[in-house]
Design a protein around this ligand. Sequence first.
Ligand SMILES: C[C@H](N)C(=O)N[C@@H](Cc1c[nH]cn1)C(=O)O
Length: 507
Amino acid sequence: MKLPVLPSILLVISTAHAFQYSELVQYVDSHQEEYVEALREWVAIESDSSNVLKRPDLHRMMETTAQKLRQMGGTVELVDIGEQELPGGIMLTLPKVVTARFGNDPSKHTVCVYGHVDIQPAKLEDGWATDPYNLTDINGNLYGRGASDNKAPVLAWIHAVEAYQALNMELPVNVKFVIEGMEETGSNGLDTMIMTQKDTFFSDVDYIIISDCGWLSRQPALTYGTRGNCYFLAEVEGPKQDLHSGAYGGTVIEPMTDLIGILDTLISPNGKILIPGIREAVAPLSDEEWKMYQDIQFDIDNYKKKIGVSQLMYSNKVDLLAHMWRYPTVSIHGIEGAFSDPGTKTVIPSKVTAKFSIRQVPNMDPAMVKRQVSDYLHSVFAKRKSPNKLKVTMVIGAKPWLADPQHPLYEAGKTAVKRVFGMDPDLIREGATIPIARMFQDVTGKGIIMLPIGAFDDGPHSQNEKMSQYNYIEGTKLFITFLNLHNNAFVYLHPKHIFPFFIRIFK
Ligand SMILES: C[C@H](N)C(=O)N[C@@H](Cc1c[nH]cn1)C(=O)O
């Protein structure tokens, strides 16, 4: 029979457990160099899920992850999740999902750690100060693509389990891992795998832990919401080939001019989304939320300094946080087919494809957004009376995720943060997307907690992404502490439960 796991206001730790805990922490401190080396090996693998040419590296990354978990004695599977269809109908094998299990004791709780080991693209020429695939330590910061998003946090979880094993200590819970290789492109194939394994792999999972996000400031944080994302391609096709702009400019209706024209109708300069129906769907900001945002410490000047801008879209804290976390936004990412190399090529591109995304928040629905965007762009395009052809495709449709920060899981998270960092965490939302979070919640019905260890200035997706050694190592301790909470007797003194009272919380 599983013993009850209890939220704590008052935590009673037995001497034996306190001793065990300090041994674990010491073990982590004395293995820092190995952990950095492990991260170096992982960062060296260019596991870019968005570049089809890098697919062999991505397969190698999944195999490397599986091998690490196998060496630790886990029950590991590389789950085949099929193929993805590329534009043009070409089929490409998806990277297998790594699942692993450590411990199978029915009297214990079972936690499932989700993470990803694919990365965003990065090139030295993008403006990196160091080779993005050669982990470089500068003043305690470990620079490399994927260091923060999400390789170090995944390794930190693995090292947390490894520490128990190395010290011959029993894991206080059964730990499962789900590590994927397509997060950065929308978690293709993972949704089907979760649905298929709902009553097998996930059947005994009590809750899911995700550490794929960052803090808001220097203060540690717990994350209770993520935005979703709808990612679009808008292709405008005209002449049968690229043309000399001197010879043909003035006679042809240029696809690029059409494309820029329609893109300019998506969002106003002051950030108002102009696509009918989008803003109307957004859940209104409640007084309670307003109060929560108001209470969060957030240094606007520091934020501006960090990203190198002199002005933001809003000047007050609540507006900024709300637009970062709980309002949708349109971002234009790039135009394929457009001339972007150095130099002054004078060409009229024959076909150009814009890439833009709209971050999703409650109560938006990606299926509806797909229709709204497509209808709107076609209507705007029609007004141009252009002979060119427009095609709009939605390639990612990830829903937002929101948890109740009052849930006992978050009480446990607070206890763990306080213990490791000596301060209370901020309760924050994340403007970015963890595409599978909502799917986990909807399909498995299990609670989710996000325990970020990334720093506010890690720069994921950007040049010079890094993970500080401090966050990597203290993050590993945080994970050990969180698992270790299951080892202790908790006394629950919520006003509703005056007497010490054992209840099951993580179901
Ligand atoms: C939060 C996570 N580390 C992340 O960066 N996720 C990506 C996922 C995504 C969304 N659309 C396409 N990929 C992100 O939010 O950009």
